[in-house]
Design a protein around this ligand. Sequence first.
Ligand code: DNO
Length: 401
Amino acid sequence: MEKTWRWFGKNDKISLADLRQIGVEGIVTALHDIPNGEVWTRERIHELRTYIESYGMRWSVVESLPVSESIKYGGEDRDQLIDNYIESLRNLAAEGVKTVCYNFMPVLDWARTELDHPNPDGTSNLYFSYAEFAYFDIYLVGRKGAREEWAGFRIPGIDRPRDILAEVEELRRDMTPEKEHRLVENIIVKTQGFVSGNIREDDEHPLELFRELLALYDGVTKEKLQENLRYFLSEIMPVCEECGINMCVHPDDPPFPVLGLPRIVTNAEDIRWFLNAVDNPHNGLTFCAGSLSAGAANDVVAMAREFAPRTSFVHLRSCHIFENGDFTEASHLGGRADIVELVRIFESANPSLPMRVDHGKTMLGDEGRGYNAGYSFHGRMFAMGQVQGVMAAVDRELGIK
Ligand code: DNO
């Protein structure tokens, strides 16, 4: 696979010169400063592409060309927004950037409750706690019906019953305004600001904004969201075919419904549905082993075998699920995803697939450097070294040069 790295543009604290030193061949990035829904002009794409190339790498993948909320919930202006999307795709293709990652998650691009959960070895990781998430939902967002939903909640794939409401009340006993502030920051600001454009780091009232965004999805069921994805893909596919663009949807992270919002890319059945709904080789998948391994019922290796032919981009990362269902991000050589086997599968399927290591521990001075949540330098570099070693061994095994 092509070794790529997610780089957040010229303001990223990690430079392209640094990345060349650690074996990076291709860059995964986006025009992060362009508001969702606006056209990416050819000039802007050209400028960033040539900047990347001046460092001896290529712009391999766009992550992400964001899909506006209105396209997802089916707003009145969705056709105009799809036209803009198509224009951006044409401009990207004209500049030779032809792999485009996006997601179809309503409102929240990804969710974690803790960004620096300590590990016994002194490093820290991202973490998802159901109880903290439910606290946020019930007491901070104050979503109507949230308490009732959590009362009957069963964690998908986990047999052990769990009284989330009792845990929420226990958390409440020790809650402080600082802890509440941190939860809001973790769930809707620090994990979102740099990727989604819905909420920015400097928004003064993120919770109010968040409630307005949630309200856009009142009455939007799983079926409706699927229909809107089908509509979007059917509209853009002719242009993707014409220009050779591979669209690759990112699975939902975590892969289960949150905050009453539907989720449609969570497991093998969902993925089969969307690949068949618009059965075109340009309609493909970002195989994010991390997101999929956070689903207790997902067999990640079996999914890789099944979906490798429709995978255009690979994210290597692995989750560990605790007995109670909470999850954390494991080492890239541990956890549920079995990255060694995944490398075998994807190297055999297509050795030129772009792959990036996803997330990394915070370690060796990463803390306090202001990196985006999950996107440390040393932690990701360590993971990249591990994955490069796995790839070299697998390639030898398979006779791939
Ligand atoms: C988080 C990322 C996501 C991903 C988008 C793709 O670390 O995996 O933000 O880039 O969902 O559209």
